[in-house]
Design a binder for this molecule. Structure first.
Ligand code: ASP
Length: 314
């Protein structure tokens, strides 16, 4: 099945087959870090614009590396350096970039739905790099890729997501992807950050950390999104860390072969201690590296070469 969609807006709308196609394509690029020559010629002559209206280190850098390693020209625009600061509308910015010959736009925005608006405005592919608390599909895909790399499968696994689910676009994309591929998903955190309504997404809501992580194959720890909290949703960071922060003691509740993941950036000492983040069971470094392979696969499928099923290894 070739890739058919113009845009990547969220995992909610993708079928399991489409998710599989991205993961299979990413396999081809997975060893890119080991290669002496990292460049594939695939997107030579194409231009990819990274339009970031919110701060980002790993997502922006890895989309940039992905574009460059596919030989595209990559342009980075951040909100402070764009005409958005002069009041230009998002749709107008997108039309300008399209008129200047951009072949794809990667957008991060604090408003849920901003990439969808863009996708309706321009004919070129739009890739959602995180919209508000809605979705972060490339992160969801790299999480699926990392889990499968370590566990050999997704179907039948039990995956626990811990923490600030309310504000987490990563959690929403992970939940869509994991459930579509047949994993059982548990979620846990303070009731203010994990409302019971999450059950409607097909996950099991736990109030306490211990039963939620016991027996889990994968534990995904989320960043406590202090910048998105109107305040007052947790009594204190110390209490949050004591009840839900993954530390050496709580790591002992996990299976010996459980995988620990975090989308980054981590508040070390709040949702996870440095010791837990560096534990041999932690796959956080693999997540960062796999992010490049998955984003190369996405650019390959959406911007060039999507007519072939999986690219030939150069
Ligand atoms: N980097 C991820 C995001 O942009 C996770 C986070 O910020 O907590 O959503």
């Amino acid at each position: 099945m070739p890739w058919q969609r113009k845009d990547l807006l969220g995992l909610e709308e993708l079928t399991a087959e489409e998710i599989e196609l991205v993961l299979r394509t990413a396999e081809v690029f997975a060893d890119v870090f080991e290669r002496p020559l990292k460049k594939f010629p695939t997107l030579r002559g194409r231009t990819v614009v990274n339009l970031f209206y919110e701060p980002s280190t790993r997502t922006r850098t890895s989309f940039e590396l992905a574009g460059k390693w596919l030989s595209a020209d990559v342009i980075n625009i951040s909100s402070s350096s764009s005409s958005a600061a002069k009041g230009e509308s998002l749709a107008d910015t997108a039309r300008t970039l399209e008129a200047l010959g951009a072949d794809a736009v990667v957008i991060r925005h604090s408003a849920a739905g901003a990439p969808h608006l863009l996708a309706r405005t321009v004919k070129i592919p739009v890739l959602n790099a995180g919209d508000g608390a809605h979705e972060h599909p490339s992160q969801g895909l790299l999480d699926l890729f990392t889990i499968r790399q370590h566990k050999g499968k997704i179907a039948g696994l039990t995956v626990t997501i811990v923490g600030d689910l309310l504000h987490s676009r990563v959690a929403r994309s992970d939940i869509w992807g994991l459930t579509k591929l047949g994993a059982r998903v548990r979620v846990t955190g303070p009731a203010t950050l994990v409302p019971p309504t999450f059950a409607s997404l097909g996950v099991e809501v736990y109030r306490d950390l211990r039963p939620a992580v016991e027996g889990a194959d994968v534990v995904i720890v989320l960043r406590l999104q202090r910048e998105r909290q109107a305040g007052g949703l947790i009594p204190s960071l110390e209490e949050y860390a004591a009840l839900f922060g993954l530390d050496a003691e709580k790591m002992s509740w996990l299976k010996p072969d459980a995988l620990v993941m975090h989308p980054g950036p981590a508040n070390l000492g709040v949702e996870i201690t440095e010791e837990a983040a560096l534990d041999p069971r932690s796959a956080i470094r693999d997540q960062v590296r796999n992010g490049v392979a998955v984003r190369m696969a996405l650019l390959y499928l959406l911007v060039g070469g999507g007519e072939k099923d999986v690219p030939a290894v150069a």
